[in-house]
Design a protein around this ligand. Structure first.
Ligand SMILES: Nc1nc2c(ncn2[C@@H]2O[C@H](COP(=O)(O)OP(=O)(O)OP(=O)(O)O)[C@@H](O)[C@H]2O)c(=O)[nH]1
Ligand SMILES: [Mg+2]
Length: 479
């Protein structure tokens, strides 16, 4: 048996999050595995550079219903067979047997071949769940709208297809007539992928159409994006008027307890939001529709990134995007999450406003440090992302809990939205009043002056809406 070059810690100490960084090669059972409910699972992680940090994968595992009963980590380059080195993989096997784990949760993406090799090594019946599969399980727990269901189905099928091909190829290795290409299960999955893609394309078209209609109705479209658990939904709820946008099939259901219990009753778990949700809001005097989106996650399966497109579409279709970054994270974590969130905003050429959320959690002095570490992280971003990087300078610290920065944020949004101004006048009468009330409905009336026979109005707001108001006043002048 070939051992790894790395030293191995065989003690059965419980793993402490704070001591993780010190020891890149841990093998440990939890001292009190009964403390948590759920399917017993061992977490495994490997990293090339920094020692593996299992904090996030443990949170994801817990959210998906697993009780972590042990942990194996290794700092090493990738092994083609098991991802972990062979010696570590065997330690994992022994730990799984000792702890009675029903699953191994792998913090990374395993190739189909690695998944099968690990499965063969582990005690029979132990499930091998890599990070993408875990995320899919989490999504499956809570897919709550037609689009989310379809996206989930597509993400799963795309994840399964190469693994199914691998399974068929393994069965067929003795018999050359059975090749994955012609296998009926493979063909079936391929067909279902095509049909899910078609259905999703239609939903995306519907949404784009609805966005266009809302814009015509005078709304500014503002999207909130960012890492999962950054505080997007909490902020969206705080900024929102009470009413939800009409006709949004994915709007949060009124029965949603988080909605009833006020803005801070949002659960502290990853992927609380699983489909985009749109609400009305008046932000800095602008009539806006706020779209809350699905959070990003490091190592999100690309199957999912491709299919959970609504976030990216909503941001791309918006007049202004808020990128929400959790200020209470440690600098290294903040940087990692920021990088993972960038794909949400890369596609947009509209203005992006970075928001440092949860300012109340760290107090004024640490907040200044957080702003600094955020700015350093942005400066460090890949130079090829220059346009995005430029958009990300000068974040606005906010707290929904104590109200910090909310007024600044509203001003920044209003300032970022495309704005036109115009001064119009018309003889005071029914036609002018109708035009004026149309303008009031769209919140574009900055000032009104009744001077004898005429009414003079200053307009400010969305350029297309202001232009339409000018037409209406012109009509009111020439009956
Ligand atoms: N202290 C503090 N906590 C906050 C604030 N805003 C949000 N939180 C908490 O952060 C957690 C995550 O908030 P969400 O609004 O669900 O975050 P999200 O970005 O929508 O998360 P996903 O939908 O999972 O992507 C919740 O426990 C919130 O109560 C804030 O201003 N201050
Ligand atoms: Mg949310």
């Amino acid at each position: 048996m070939s051992r790894d070059d790395a030293t191995t810690n065989e003690t059965a100490e419980p793993s402490e999050t704070d001591s993780q960084a010190a020891d890149p090669d841990r093998t440990s059972a939890e001292t009190d595995p009964t403390a948590a409910d759920g399917t017993p699972a061992v977490v495994a992680a490997r990293a090339d550079g920094e020692p593996p940090d299992t904090t996030e994968i443990r949170e994801l595992a817990a959210a998906a219903g697993y009780a972590v009963v042990g942990e194996v980590t290794q700092r090493r380059r990738e092994d083609p067979t098991y991802d972990l080195g062979r010696g570590k993989a065997e330690e994992l096997m022994r730990l799984a047997a000792e702890t009675g784990a029903e699953a191994v949760i792998y913090d990374g993406s395993l190739s189909p071949g690695q998944t099968f090799s690990l499965g063969d090594l582990l005690p029979p019946g132990t499930a091998v769940i890599d990070r993408p599969r875990l995320v899919l399980e989490l999504f499956a727990d809570a897919a709550d709208s037609r689009a989310a269901d379809r996206q989930l189905e597509l993400a799963r099928l795309r994840y399964e297809l190469p693994r199914l091909r691998e399974a068929v190829a393994r069965d067929a290795s003795e018999d050359v007539r059975l090749q994955p290409e012609g296998d009926s299960r493979v063909l079936d999955v391929e067909k279902r992928i095509e049909s899910a893609e078609r259905a999703l394309a239609e939903i995306a078209d519907d949404r784009a159409e609805r966005r266009a209609e809302r814009r015509d109705a005078g709304f500014d479209l503002v999207a909130l994006a960012g890492y999962t658990n950054a505080g997007k939904s909490t902020l969206a709820r705080r900024l929102a008027d009470d009413t939800e946008a009409p006709g949004d099939e994915s709007a949060t259901k009124p029965s949603d307890p988080a909605d009833r219990d006020g803005p801070l009753a949002v659960a502290d778990r990853p992927f609380e939001t699983l489909s985009t949700t749109t609400r009305r809001a008046t932000v800095g005097g602008r009539r806006a529709l706020l779209t809350d989106t699905v959070g990003f996650l490091d190592g999100l399966p690309h199957e999912a990134v491709r299919s959970f497109r609504t976030t990216v579409d909503a941001v791309r279709g918006a007049d202004c995007a808020l990128l929400v970054v959790d200020a209470s994270d440690e600098p290294a974590v903040l940087r990692r999450k920021l990088t993972a969130s960038l794909s949400a905003i890369e596609a947009t050429d509209g203005p992006v406003i970075p928001v440092l959320s949860k300012a109340d959690e760290i107090g004024a002095d640490r907040l200044a440090a957080a702003v600094e570490s955020y700015e350093a992280a942005v400066a460090d971003l890949d130079a090829r992302k220059a346009p995005v990087v430029d958009a990300l300078r000068s974040p606005i610290p906010v707290s929904v809990r104590d109200g910090t920065g909310l007024a600044d944020l509203a001003d920044a949004v209003a300032g970022a939205l495309p704005t036109a101004t115009a001064s119009v006048s018309a003889p005071n009468g029914g036609a002018a009043q109708a035009a004026l009330s149309w303008a009031y409905d769209r919140e574009i009336v900055a000032d009104v002056d009744y001077g004898g026979e005429t009414v003079a109005v200053d307009l400010a707001g969305r350029p297309d809406v202001v232009a339409e108001a000018e037409r209406r006043f012109a009509d009111a002048r020439s009956p």
